[in-house]
Design a protein around this ligand. Sequence first.
Ligand SMILES: Nc1ncnc2c1ncn2[C@@H]1O[C@H](COP(=O)(O)OP(=O)(O)OP(=O)(O)O)[C@@H](O)[C@H]1O
Ligand SMILES: Nc1ccn([C@H]2C[C@H](O)[C@@H](COP(=O)(O)O)O2)c(=O)n1
Length: 224
Amino acid sequence: MESVIVAIDGPSGTGKSSTSKAVAAKLGLSYLDTGAQYRAITWWMISNGVDVHDADAVANAAGKPVIVSGTDPARPTITVDGADAAGPIRTEEVTSKVSAVSAVPEVRALITELQRTIAKDAEHGIVVEGRDIGTTVLPDADLKIFLTASPEARAARRSGELKGVDVHATKEALIKRDAADSSRKTSPLAKAGDAVEVDTTELTLDQVIECVVTLVDEKRTAAK
Ligand SMILES: Nc1ncnc2c1ncn2[C@@H]1O[C@H](COP(=O)(O)OP(=O)(O)OP(=O)(O)O)[C@@H](O)[C@H]1O
Ligand SMILES: Nc1ccn([C@H]2C[C@H](O)[C@@H](COP(=O)(O)O)O2)c(=O)n1
């Protein structure tokens, strides 16, 4: 198997981005953070005065922003209409509104198309992380991983990132966002039937990375 496509899905804070970036870097693959794309379109909606809870308004505006993702795992980038969006997409306001925008079918159709094009163009293969990669975006991926972790572990990890943030409030926010992402009608957060589930609660990040690299190696060996 020359080129390899790896799909990594799972709830918020399970380690998808950290794992995907490291695995891609180790194996010389491209890397795509699809959550960043949904955050980018949400940021554009907010910046342009679109009511994110008005699904028709969001659907009508969905085709306007030009979102470009850079796929080097050492330096992933995201721009909206040519402007660097890496900082603005991580604000609390965007985080609290992204589930509403990403539930709109017209938004998902456009972003899914963009993701498939990026994956197709990745010369050596790609690690794509998100919520519906194994189920909807790349159902023929060579390897599908579904990361999980307890809400307590995920909240502790996030609170460690954002100094001074209350762990209980962080846990409640994670649970609320996962519930919204899992219950939407169009391609909800879900484990693909053929995905390998990895519970990261008791694992270090290095152990998770090693586990995924081993699974990719096994796939490549089996394909020879
Ligand atoms: N196995 C692990 N053990 C300890 N900390 C971890 C582990 N995996 C990830 N982390 C840390 O947890 C935090 C969240 O990880 P990351 O951003 O990779 O999760 P995510 O699943 O991509 O989250 P989101 O979906 O919200 O973007 C980061 O600070 C990361 O360093
Ligand atoms: N494939 C995806 C990726 C992300 N989303 C939505 C749902 C998430 O809450 C949000 C932000 O993702 P994160 O940056 O936390 O990974 O984007 C989705 O619907 N589908």
